[in-house]
Write a protein that binds this ligand. Structure first.
Ligand SMILES: Cc1ncc(COP(=O)(O)O)c(C=O)c1O
Length: 263
C-alpha cells in the first residue's frame, strides 16, 4: 500500500529558533538555560534539544527524570537541569547520571548528600522569593548553607528562584529581584562559575539583577513573547523581536475560484 502524501503538517523553523536564542542572549547579556520542559512546550523535546545542543548552553531545563532520560538516550550532551523539586524515586538516577537538581527542601539536601557520598553531586539551591511553591525562605537560607557546608556528598554549583508573575505584576516582581539579589549576596565564596539565575522570558526582557549570570527563557525561545512589544509575527531578516518557530503547511487540493475563464 502506498502512503498518502501529507495534507497538513507542522514544521520547526530552526533559523527562527537560533534567532530567538540570540535575541535572549543579546537582551540579557547572560548565559542561557533553555527551558524545554513539557516536550519543549509541545514543539518536540528531542528535535528542539538536538538543535539547542549545538549552542554550547550550560543547561537544558527539563520537567523530570523522564525528559532527562530521553535526552540522554538520544546522545544530547548539554546537561539537563531538573526544574523544581524532585521525587524521592527520581534521585538515585539523577545522581548516577550527573543531572543537576535544584534543592528545594532540607529533606532533599539530606537525601542527595547520602546518594552523593562516593561521588558528590552538583546541585543548585532553590530560593523562595515569593512564589511560595518550594525553595528556601530568607530565614532558612543560613541553615541551608550550613547544612550544605557539612554535606560532602553535594557540591553547590548554583542558586535560583522563579518569577510567577513577571508579565503582569511589576511591583511584586521587582520585590522578588531585590530579595533575590540580597539573598545571593549573603552567600559566601561565590565565584564567576557559580550559576545564579532568576529570570524567565518576561523577567529577562523587563528587569535587571545585580547578581545573575544565567537566564531561563522558555516562551521566548519558541518565538512567543509574554510582552507584546517584543513580538514579531512575520519572518524577517533584521527582526528586533522574537519569531514563532512553529510553521504549519497544507496541501491545496481544490480551488473554487480558478482563473480558468480569465474573468
Ligand atoms: C522554573 C522555571 N523557569 C523558567 C521557566 C520559563 O518560563 P517562560 O516560558 O515564561 O520563559 C519555567 C516555565 O514554566 C519554569 O518553570
Amino acid at each position: 500500500m502506498t502512503e498518502s502524501p501529507p495534507r497538513a503538517w507542522a514544521e520547526i523553523d530552526c533559523s527562527a529558533l537560533h534567532h530567538n536564542l540570540q535575541l535572549a542572549r543579546r537582551h540579557s547579556g547572560k548565559a542561557i538555560m533553555a527551558v524545554i520542559k513539557g516536550g519543549a512546550y509541545g514543539h518536540g523535546l528531542i528535535e528542539i534539544a538536538k538543535e539547542l545542543d549545538k549552542q554550547n548552553l550550560p543547561f537544558l531545563g527539563v520537567a523530570n527524570t523522564g525528559e532527562a532520560r530521553s535526552l540522554f538516550k538520544e546522545g544530547i550532551k548539554t546537561r539537563p537541569y531538573i526544574l523544581g523539586a524532585t521525587l524521592q524515586s527520581e534521585r538515585e538516577e539523577i545522581t548516577a547520571c550527573g543531572w543537576t537538581p535544584c534543592l528545594c527542601s532540607f529533606e532533599e539536601i539530606e537525601h542527595f548528600n547520602q546518594l552523593g557520598k562516593d561521588s558528590p553531586i552538583e546541585a543548585h539551591l532553590a530560593l523562595d522569593t515569593g512564589m511560595g511553591r518550594g525553595g528556601f525562605l530568607p530565614n532558612q537560607l543560613g541553615e541551608a548553607l550550613q547544612k550544605l557546608r557539612q554535606a560532602s556528598g553535594i557540591k553547590l554549583t548554583g542558586v535560583g528562584s522563579h518569577l510567577p508573575v513577571a508579565d503582569e505584576d511589576a511591583v511584586f516582581t521587582q520585590k522578588q529581584f531585590e530579595l533575590f539579589d540580597s539573598m545571593v549576596e549573603s552567600i559566601p565564596g561565590r565565584d564567576e562559575k557559580f550559576h545564579v539565575h532568576l529570570s524567565n522570558s518576561a523577567g529577562l526582557l523587563d528587569y535587571h539583577s545585580r547578581t545573575t549570570n544565567l537566564v531561563r527563557p522558555g516562551l521566548l525561545i519558541y518565538g512567543i513573547s509574554p510582552l507584546p512589544a517584543h513580538q514579531e509575527f512575520l519572518t524577517c531578516q533584521d527582526c528586533s523581536g522574537v519569531i514563532p518557530i512553529l510553521l504549519t503547511g497544507l496541501r491545496l487540493l481544490r480551488c473554487l475560484f480558478c482563473l480558468l475563464s480569465g474573468s
